[in-house]
Design a protein around this ligand. Sequence first.
Ligand code: MLT
Length: 409
Amino acid sequence: MARVNDHYLKLAAGYLFPEIGRRMEAFTTAHPEADVIKLGIGDVVLPLSASVREAMHKAIDEMATVEGFRGYGPSEGYEFLREAIAEHDFGSRGVRIDPGEIYASDGSKCDSANIQEIFDEKATLAVSDPVYPVYVDTNVMAGRTGEPDEAGRYGGIEYLPCTEESGFLPSLPERPVDLVYLCSPNNPTGTVAPRAELEKWVEWARANESILLFDAAYERFISEDVPHSIFEIEGARECAIEFRSFSKTAGFTGIRCAYIVIPEELRGRDDKGAPVPVSQLWSRRTNTKFNGISYPVQRGAEAIYSEAGCKEVEANVEYYMTNARLIREGLDAAGFTTFGGVNAPYVWLKTPSGLDSWAFFDQLLERANVVGTPGSGFGSCGEGYFRLSAFGFREKVEEALDRITKAFG
Ligand code: MLT
């Protein structure tokens, strides 16, 4: 028998969202009449916009001609998309990012999972708690951690508690670490890091020669005056990598397109302490393991930067953020304590009557037929909290609030 990667055996039984799916399925099998409303996984519901659809159709038609056919594209993405990203996502906010520093990919989940591969197997890391589980699980798989303790925390990872008292913002690590995963706007708490907070991190990372892995997949949902990119902070080009996604803004969760930004100045070091450009390793990895996103998908992604495409994205964002506001206000009125939902499409709430997160999950499902995500699934500091996603149809969100109010209000 082939020897397996033992590190996988340290992982908790299943990945969070399939586990929620399994529990929901068990419930619907037992109660086939129940009309379950899903506000668990952050998956979008609005259809592709006209600009995206037209651009993708056009690209397919092009590829059905001898002149327009394309085979393998550049692994890092076509120039047209990388240029549009550099200009619209960064240039428009006064941030200098060269198209060559952008690598298109099939998702921020994959990028944030894969990035650890280009760092040493003994690289040390810190994560927020609660945290998007992918950052932790991929480092466990890579053998950078010990076994989990009773609270599910893996030895070798520095966990940075994000509590109500700290406004759900992580404090600086107590010792230098090589890699720090940050996510703002935050999944799962829905809170956002203000400029001063990001400045503090960049200063710390530079002083400690650490790299910040900054997940900005939800930046389009920011409504207040805070940075959208870590690269809006002076000095971040020497200490940060950023992840961005088209999934939630342009309805690409099924289509798949995202990108990662690695500034040319960013350096790691080799075993002799000599500096190595991080982008060189990522580029090498990308060229070896990936053949790029399909041409029609990249044309579809480019279309969101057209005048009409921008308006369509704004309309999508407004739709989901109105849902977020309704969830927040509805829950507050029903007596819940809520957080987030202003700069992110997630509302983080305290479970009622001191229930633990999974107990509330079960009660919510049974009494209101609503599915959400237990906070403890994101880490031990998420225990006693719960996440509701704003990615649903308005009428479903309203119906869910009505049921929650009747069941728990
Ligand atoms: C979530 O619900 O946290 C996200 O949808 C997961 C993801 O984007 O991979």
